[in-house]
Design a protein around this ligand. Structure first.
Ligand code: SF4
Ligand code: SF4
Length: 235
């Protein structure tokens, strides 16, 4: 059992060791934020930087950084992160890990930052660079992934639904193709999560048999979601 922490001794020494030869898992919001920071589309982020690994038991795919798996992360230059303010949640948490909402220190002997005596408050560490939004988006993502693993695994055996699910999770720009680009990454993500829940519902009801009707329904539901939830917040 890992020891749950509220504060820890740490100061990053910028060695880039945690950016090298590591499987760095990303969440959908991480991908949107990298696209935003680099002024490219989510499709380009996936093509240039991402490798998908398949969970052997569930069949669910999870994105990781392609380059960091066997070398240095593409975004590291002279031991500095070039997307620091938009770095993925795994990077911003390191050397912390997270289980069921609690935080613990990872066994990371290579991390020289852990040899420093500066005391860091967990709450300060988490909220750095809008970290709370990353946590909020990751919690929603994990809730959907757990529902897939526990109740809705059959959707992954249907090629069409499975592909659509992955597009909605990781490739907002492919699905919306420039539409609603004025939304923040958080709003885009909430929209995608809403559509994923509808997709799962439709799969379970097995009512829509025509793929085009399904797509039309998702766009319609997306419009309704934006009209109800997002425009209202802006006024
Ligand atoms: S391994 Fe530790 S000290 Fe080195 S860059 Fe990562 S967090 Fe900082
Ligand atoms: S995104 Fe930044 S912090 Fe994360 S692995 Fe790449 S260079 Fe390191």
């Amino acid at each position: 059992m890992e020891k749950v922490i509220k504060e820890f001794r740490f100061k990053c020494q910028m060695t880039a060791c945690c950016c090298t030869n590591m499987e760095i898992f990303l969440n959908p919001y991480d991908i949107l934020q990298i696209a935003n920071q680099c002024s490219i589309t989510t499709s380009e982020v996936l093509e240039k930087y991402i490798l998908f690994l398949k969970d052997k038991e569930s069949g669910i795919i999870r994105p990781i950084f392609k380059s960091a798996r066997t070398g240095l992360c593409d975004f590291n230059l002279n031991k500095l992160c070039t997307i620091h303010s938009h770095r993925p949640l795994s990077c911003r948490l390191f050397p912390l890990g997270r289980i069921d909402g609690d935080f613990y220190l990872q066994e990371a002997k290579f991390c020289q930052g852990l040899e420093n005596n500066d005391i860091v408050q967990l709450s300060d560490y988490l909220k750095d660079d809008d970290g709370n939004i990353y946590l909020e988006m990751t919690d929603i993502y994990h809730k959907i992934v757990n529902s897939l693993k526990n109740e809705n695994l059959a959707i992954l055996d249907n090629n069409y639904y499975n592909n659509l699910l992955n597009v909605l999770f990781y490739d907002y720009d492919y699905f919306y193709n420039g539409e609603y680009n004025h939304l923040s990454s958080r709003e885009k993500m909430l929209l995608s999560f809403h559509l994923i829940n509808i997709l799962i519902e439709e799969f379970n009801k097995k009512i829509i048999s025509d793929n085009q009707l399904l797509i039309d329904k998702l766009y319609l539901e997306g419009d309704k979601f934006i009209a109800k939830n997002i425009k209202k917040q802006e006024n």
